[in-house]
Design a binder for this molecule. Structure first.
Ligand SMILES: [Fe+2]
Length: 276
């Protein structure tokens, strides 16, 4: 008897092995600046398993307002919180969501004139400062998240650029492997707060019971984009961010601009201590 094990094509980039589970021929890994630039080095941060659907994390990437409410104790940018209902939202003059060639640009205008941009790279990546957060669906109710950081050599030289250090985040909840209300999340880190907000929506959020408001316009834009791109695939077309040309130039997600105009203190090139 012959047994055949199914195999998938794998590519290596930025310290990760990338497998493609779709129909052949496999597309190339998008050459986003954070992943493909060679004038620096990479490091990875692996997060604990997220026990809910990946779309909950992605919709959060275009929910600008949540930063000012959910993370008001940890991300203040010097703003004095006077009401926990408004958090730091009054530190924001306005925010914009704009579709661009590779996804959605989320742009925040702060009172001190600084502007922050965090593009959502369609469909499952958020670029924030010098890192990308990649949300990998494991199945419909579990997600694995890894951060890929790029550090320009001009900012911090490193002898061996090919070595990609990995840090593993300590668990965000206790006990592991179970969901709300049978587990307790710690709230002392931004990522732990996000995990709490994503998982407590349930394994798959029931969107028939939600009430979207004006501040959810990024979520609506992302859902419309998803629907449009799914329909393209159904018509036999290629969706956004599928690349097949090996000579495709590096895609500038404006990481450098983001680092220049980002809020002071929001960019950290060096690796934090290993957390276990
Ligand atoms: Fe968040």
């Amino acid at each position: 008897m012959t047994v055949k094990q199914k195999a998938y094509p794998v590519q290596k980039l930025a310290g990760l092995y990338w497998a493609y589970f779709g129909p052949q021929p496999a597309p190339l890994i998008p050459k986003y600046d954070v992943w493909a630039r060679t004038d620096g080095w990479h490091w990875l941060r692996a997060l604990p398993q997220l026990d809910c659907n990946w779309l909950q994390a992605m919709e959060n990437s275009v929910d600008t307002a949540h930063l000012h409410i959910l993370h008001q104790e940890l991300v203040t940018d010097g703003f004095k919180v006077e009401s926990t209902t408004r958090g730091t939202i009054d530190n924001l003059v306005k925010y914009e969501m704009e579709e661009f060639a590779h996804g959605i640009i989320k742009r925040r205008h702060f009172r001190d004139g600084k502007i922050e941009e965090h593009p959502l790279l369609f469909p499952t990546v958020l670029r924030q400062a010098n890192r990308t957060q990649i949300r990998v669906p494991i199945d419909d109710t579990h997600t694995w998240i890894v951060y890929v950081h790029f550090v320009p050599e001009s900012a911090e030289p490193r002898a061996n650029k090919d070595e990609v250090p990995v840090t593993y985040r300590k668990p965000f909840k206790n006990p592991l492997g179970v969901r709300h209300p049978f587990t307790k999340f710690r709230m002392d880190e931004v990522d732990a707060q996000d995990f709490m907000a994503w998982e407590t929506q349930g394994p798959i959020l029931d969107r028939t019971r939600e009430r979207l408001a004006a501040s959810d316009r990024g979520v609506v834009m992302y859902r419309e984009m998803l629907k449009r791109e799914i329909e393209k695939v159904q018509r036999g077309l290629e969706p956004m961010n599928v690349f097949r040309d090996p000579n495709q130039p590096i895609i500038d997600t404006h990481m450098d601009r983001s680092l220049e105009v980002g809020k002071a203190g929001s960019v950290r090139y060096h690796m934090p201590p290993v957390q276990r």
